[in-house]
Design a protein around this ligand. Structure first.
Ligand code: CAA
Length: 381
């Protein structure tokens, strides 16, 4: 088993680390404070090929593999978790299903501009009454000639306020339960699509989310993604990929908190020595180092499985569950190491603490990840 990165991966990490350190990290606190969407950083990520990392170059993507995606996500999220999730949603919740389920025409029309970063995407599954129970969709799509007419509401849609293109799950045949859900590609600027005000959130404040309202929105049948009635599987397999991205985001948050805590512990003196030389603090740092590494290995394993084409639902859920819990624990202990200084906005760790929480909630709560893992573990017993 070879744990070293390829030359291509090393070069990518260097490039993204440089971008994240020089351009993202210096403005992360300001973006958070002002709840400002970093349009300029999204434009730079497009230039650097980070908005369609796994999309083939023929479709204006970077043609890299899922491991490259994880490495890039960790670097960006270490600097700014909000910027990380904007990138993650476009890559794994929008480009990925278009690559996997889209027709050649759909890829040309919808995927190419998303991969190039000329357009931004969002993924619309959650509803006011369909969060963890994703099959309980109420948004209706009714066939009318060559079109579908869509009515309903979607909730917590990351990139919703800015998105040009959406992947929407809607119920076409409610009597069939999850087999009655269909995925659609949505032009977010079309008639009958409107957006609510942006959500006022605890963390990842520079990444905006909102409700999306559908009022008699007409979609031609050639905007069905995959099969009519195949939408639940589109959503679930998309989330298998998305969860790898959120695991990498959590990893980035944990690393940022760990790096800040280590630096502070080596600087701050109490009782005549650096606090890093008190065992209570050094053991905390040791645990952080172990847990971050373990989370990284789980995340890279899920990405490697995806690269090999194997089903990776369980491994993605394990990576997301563990990495998100590590991010929360590391950020909490980083505040403890900073003491009072950790509790104020002058230092970055309170932001890492607030940013970490969402990783245990979106793209499936920790409880849903445990359900997916338990179902897999128990499936043959
Ligand atoms: N890949 C392919 N097919 C899958 C699948 C997967 N990963 N998971 C399930 N399926 C299939 C099953 O095989 C089954 O197919 P058959 O009927 O043909 O046998 C079908 O889907 C139904 O499966 P389940 O009975 O397991 O479905 P369920 O209704 O019990 O739900 C669940 C399963 C795991 C709880 C699912 O509802 C779930 O993942 N919920 C959480 C939803 C979620 O993550 N939401 C996040 C919203 S997105 C977001 O946060 C984006 C953002 O803005 C950042």
């Amino acid at each position: 088993m070879d744990f070293s990165l390829s030359d291509e991966h090393e070069a990518l990490v260097r490039m993204v680390h440089d971008f994240a350190t020089r351009e993202v990290k210096p403005i992360a606190a300001e973006l958070d404070r002002d709840h400002r969407f970093p349009a300029e950083l999204v434009a730079r990520m497009a230039e650097l090929g980070l908005m369609g990392i796994e999309v083939p170059p023929e479709l204006d993507g970077s043609g890299l593999d899922p491991v490259a995606y994880v490495l890039a996500m960790e670097e960006v999220s270490t600097a700014c978790a909000s910027t990380g999730v904007i990138m993650s949603v476009n890559n794994s919740l929008v480009c990925d299903p278009l690559m996997k389920f889209g027709t050649a025409e759909q890829k040309e029309r919808w995927l190419r501009p998303l991969a190039a970063g000329e357009k931004l995407g969002c993924f619309q599954l959650s509803e006011p009454n369909a969060g963890s129970d994703a099959a309980a969709q109420k948004t209706r799509a009714v066939r009318d000639g060559d079109d579908f007419v869509i009515n309903g509401v979607k909730n917590w849609i990351t990139n919703g306020p800015q998105a040009d293109t959406g992947i929407l799950m809607a119920m076409t045949e409610p009597e069939l339960g999850h087999k009655g859900i269909t995925a659609f590609i949505i032009d977010m600027h079309a008639e009958g699509v409107s957006r609510g005000p942006k959500d006022d959130k605890l963390g990842i404040r520079a990444s905006h989310s909102c409700q999306i309202f559908y009022t008699d929105h007409r979609v031609p049948a050639d905007q069905v993604l995959g099969e009519v009635g195949g939408g639940f599987k589109v959503a679930m397999s998309t989330l298998d990929c998305g969860r790898i991205g959120i695991a990498a985001q959590a990893l980035g948050i944990a690393r940022a908190a760990f790096e800040a805590a280590t630096e502070y512990a080596c600087d701050r003196q109490t009782f005549g020595k650096r606090i890093a030389d008190h065992q209570a603090i050094s053991f905390m740092l040791a645990d952080m180092a172990v847990e971050i590494d373990a989370a990284r290995l789980l995340t890279l394993r899920a990405a490697a499985l995806k690269a090999g084409g194997a089903r990776h639902s369980k491994e993605s859920a394990m990576a997301k569950l563990y990495a998100s819990e590590v991010a929360n624990k590391v950020a909490k202990n980083a505040i403890q190491i900073f003491g009072g200084n950790g509790y104020v906005t002058e230092y970055p760790v309170e932001r890492h603490f607030r940013d970490a929480k969402i990783t245990e909630i979106y793209e499936g709560t920790s409880e849903i990840q445990r359900l997916v893992i338990a179902n897999s573990v128990l499936s043959r017993r």
